[in-house]
Design a binder for this molecule. Sequence first.
Ligand code: ADP
Ligand code: MG
Length: 695
Amino acid sequence: MEIFGKNVFNQTVMRERLPKGVFKNLKKTIDEGLPLDPTIADVVATAMKEWAVERGATHFTHWFQPMTGITAEKHDSFITPSENGVLMEFSGKELVKGEPDASSFPSGGLRATFEARGYTAWDCTSPAFLREEADVITLCIPTAFCSYTGEALDKKTPLLRSMEALSTQAVRVLRLFGNTTASRVTSTVGAEQEYFLVDKSFFLKRPDLMMAGRTLFGAMSSKGQELEDHYFGSIKERVLCYMKEVNEELWKLGVTAKTQHNEVAPGQFELAPIFENTNIATDHNQMVMDVLKRIALRHDLVCLLHEKPFAGVNGSGKHNNWSMSSNDGQNLLEPGHTPHENAQFLTFLMATIKAVDTYAGLLRCSCANAGNDHRLGANEAPPAIISIFLGEQLADILDQIVAGGAKSSSKSADMKIGVTTLPALPKDATDRNRTSPFAFTGNKFEFRMLGSSFSISGPNIIINTIIADALKGFADKLEKSKNFDADLEKLLQETAKKHKRVVFNGNNYSDEWVKEAKKRGLLNIPNTPQALKELVTKEAVALFVAHKVFNEKEIHSRYEIMVEQYVKALNIEALTMIDMANHSIIPTAIEYATTVASSINAVAAVSGKLNVSTQKELLEELSNKLASASSNVKALEKALESALNIADLEKQAAAFREKVFTKMLDLRADGDALEKIIGAKYWPLPTYGEMLFIL
Ligand code: ADP
Ligand code: MG
């Protein structure tokens, strides 16, 4: 396909445009994760600039991922003064390092303003690309963002560190199995992205969608998703045209947008790319979110990435399909064909099980934000309890390992760890458990808890690090072993025994599971303020420090930023609700009540005998709801004020959750009740029916 990768400075373009020696040098740097040779930077920069300028670019930007969860950029033109006017120039120094300063991004105390300078550094493992917006073309250079003192201020740096940690430990384990060819192991990710589309005219009339990304009021429409007629239904023409343009934009950017379909809720859709290395998959997912939003506007649509834009229908998530592959071509989570391969597969599988059980709190924490609190545990997304789905056959093998030496059908002599050839594991949909938060799907795990608005960086930092840690534990033991086969068998048995509790193949949405999980001692963390605490437990800090993913200062600053983001999100929502209640819902209700009251008077003036009971009933209901709404607005204002006065951030977050959030629910109930009884022509907000069904 001609357009694929058209806007990417990829290896094909590099090979064409760089001197042979420079290309080889850069490729080695990229493939082996080596530090960049500074002497080639100028040559690469010039080639990159020439390519970009030929394509119409005038500016470049270091494209980075601060703690906001989205991307940031500061544009510079290539223009440099020269004797005869100006030249278009771009130096190696400009390519490799930027000083955007960017002191207003959240740093969680890592940067005092007097030392506020922040630096961006080129990540040559993720290709530079051109962004086209109307006729503005910008060269974007993926970069890491850190402070003057070298602390990570972004979501890329720790992700790269976690990939490094995983590679180191996974290679150690591969060596134990006699592998001498693999020198790196990379985690791979395919991120399925869900989103909603609404007509822009409705969006502009909803302050809640504009300010908070979700409806804070809104009575459910008479039809929702119960007929299941939207899920995988035929895609409407307007949406298809939108998707076509989204795909084209993404293909140009080298993003392998592959599948698209209608999702469960009306107005909800999904896009999935083909998996790739986690760093690039993370950059690409940021581009996916950006393109989804930008192209929507061209179609007079708005793309909502919030986890729960509409109450009463499904929210949006992101499925993070994860695996590991070695640079000698193996998917380490692919069951093998020989006993030897299977022993290796089971080792990596068991490391995953151990990691997920040991650090379930961190996984839960990695999916916590204000938006996702509406999903996790609310019967649509996976529950807040972390468990693993293995499928019947693997679960059976696990049981056999626990029992000590699985008996296999084959009588092969070189039977290792009790298992000879594993049966081919089915990958088809029938064996899928769609309620599990962490499901094995044949040759990868699908982590399903992520919210749709997330940067996938956070969850993957956690997955990479915890699995690196489990693998380290295995390697530490087995490297000392005198009898590898016997010791491996023992290790797998011990691990299986200890961590089997995290495996659950049943319905994760059932109440029985909640009880059962409690019996098994599994965590069930209900909300963000509590989940975030998992990031800074003693064990978590030790883990991050040991694998050099975060230092202590970095992890605490991140915690602070995330708690602050939660508080800010709820503060914006509460303020928006108060605003909507005071400026639109309550005045509308008063206006309507006045009309109803004057109708009673008008009828009475004509004849006192005519029946006005309908109007009277309605008026009574209206004034009750009005009174309740206005008292709940006051209660919300009060709760908000006292929460804002709490100095301790953790206590403040708890107050927002326990006091402010509950008052918001009360006020919403009043608003929605009023919506149901107020005449349509008076109601100032687009309804759920309009927003969900008119596309
Ligand atoms: P679902 O049935 O959950 O909708 P899809 O087939 O739509 O699943 O998506 C599966 C995703 O998993 C795709 O993005 C695919 O590229 C990705 N995937 C497949 N193999 C791997 C792997 N080895 N590592 C990571 N992701 C993978
Ligand atoms: Mg999926």
